[in-house]
Design a binder for this molecule. Structure first.
Ligand SMILES: *Cc1c(COP(=O)(O)O)cnc(C)c1O
Length: 351
């Protein structure tokens, strides 16, 4: 019966990070340092937990289809922008592709980057065109504009996963002015960067900025994402979306999380301090990062070799072998709690 499956799903798919609970033996210390998925190591804000507990009491009812509790909280936090929401930013990306892309149309992706853009484009039957970054991982704006002339959507991650670097606002402007379709700016890590792309929304009608509650807000398990969109796009996005995708418990928790500024600030402080400590303490080159992770060049080892060895010592990090356009000697390491980061430094340097 497998012949019935679409050819694009007969192989491939999303590559997940190593799970905790996998090999963590040897040292007698059974705690595992979980540095593979760029999560905030702190549990969710007490305000988010309380809101989720209150919301579940009404879970016999369908959620509000406009997700008003969250959209209102986003407006209170950021100002009068137009928002859409989704099941993680991944859900937002999927719905945006569904809204704009017909089979055979083009999606251009600045690579190496997050693999889900390509998968979401492919699900829509799009022609996905990778546009390689320069050797220092800065965006080749000329090449991206050329590829983006005929594309429905151009996907650009900043700060970029997995390289960690952010793209300057003036380069984003060049892309916005040169392409024929929409620019999707993935800002999953923007809170760690000090850069602000929001003023561009006032000037450009073809800019969408995606955000998530999975990283700085400690809500990865609740699957909440959103985007700043131009006003013209919102009604079509709502029409294309699966009914009631964002559940009422997640929406309430996310709205409450926005009010706890101390929670986010604590982790941002931790990230800023440890980005420097990683580059000072590691004997391997650490690339400059504007995100809550660093890319480490582990040559002459391969990424998989190092990931396997660290896992046997109770440290989970991300192999970058699966990132198209990146050589096979990088690992991506999230900034976790002190003991996790310290163990990682000790074990990598000891390899
Ligand atoms: C983590 C991440 C996301 C967010 O994913 P969610 O679906 O919101 O959990 C989006 N883009 C990038 C580049 C990421 O690393």
């Amino acid at each position: 019966m497998e012949r019935l499956v679409r050819s694009c799903y007969k192989q491939g798919g999303y590559v997940f990070a190593k799970k905790a609970g996998a090999p963590a033996h040897g040292e007698g210390d059974m705690r595992v340092a979980r540095l593979a998925s760029n999560e905030n190591p702190e549990p969710p804000s007490p305000a988010a937990i309380a809101a989720a507990q209150a919301a579940i009491l009404g879970a016999n009812r369908y959620p509000d289809e406009r997700v008003d509790v969250l959209v209102s909280a986003l407006r209170a936090h950021y100002g009068e922008y137009t928002f859409v929401t989704g099941v993680g930013m991944d859900g937002v990306i999927e719905t945006l592709m569904r809204t704009l892309v017909d089979p055979g149309e083009t999606v251009a992706v600045s690579t190496p980057t997050f693999s889900f853009y390509g998968l979401a484009g492919q699900a829509q039957g799009a022609k996905v065109i990778p546009v390689p970054r320069r050797a220092d991982f800065s965006v080749d704006t000329g090449a991206l504009v050329r590829a983006g002339k005929d594309a429905k959507i151009v996907m650009l991650c900043t700060p970029n996963n997995p390289t960690g670097n952010a793209t300057p606002v003036k380069d984003i402007q060049k892309v916005l002015e040169g392409i024929g379709g929409v620019l999707f700016l993935d800002n999953a890590y923007i809170e760690f960067s000090g850069i602000d792309y929001l003023p561009l929304l006032r000037k450009y009608e073809n800019l969408v900025i995606g955000r998530t509650f999975s990283k700085v807000h400690s809500l990865a398990g609740l699957r909440i994402g959103y985007a700043f969109v131009p006003a013209w796009l919102q009604p079509f996005y709502l029409r294309a979306g699966t009914p009631f995708t964002v559940n009422s418990v997640s929406a309430a928790a996310a709205a409450a999380a926005l009010t706890d500024k101390g929670h986010a600030a604590r982790y941002i402080t931790q990230v800023t301090a440890w980005r420097k400590r990683f580059s000072d303490a590691l004997t391997y080159p650490v690339l400059p990062s504007d995100a809550n992770f660093v890319l480490v060049d582990v040559a002459p080892h391969t990424s998989d070799e190092v990931v396997e060895k660290l896992a046997t010592r109770g440290v989970l990090v991300r192999s970058c072998r699966s990132f198209t356009g990146l050589d096979d000697h990088y690992i991506r390491v999230s900034i976790g709690e002190d003991w996790e980061n310290e163990r990682f430094v000790r074990e990598l340097n000891a390899l």
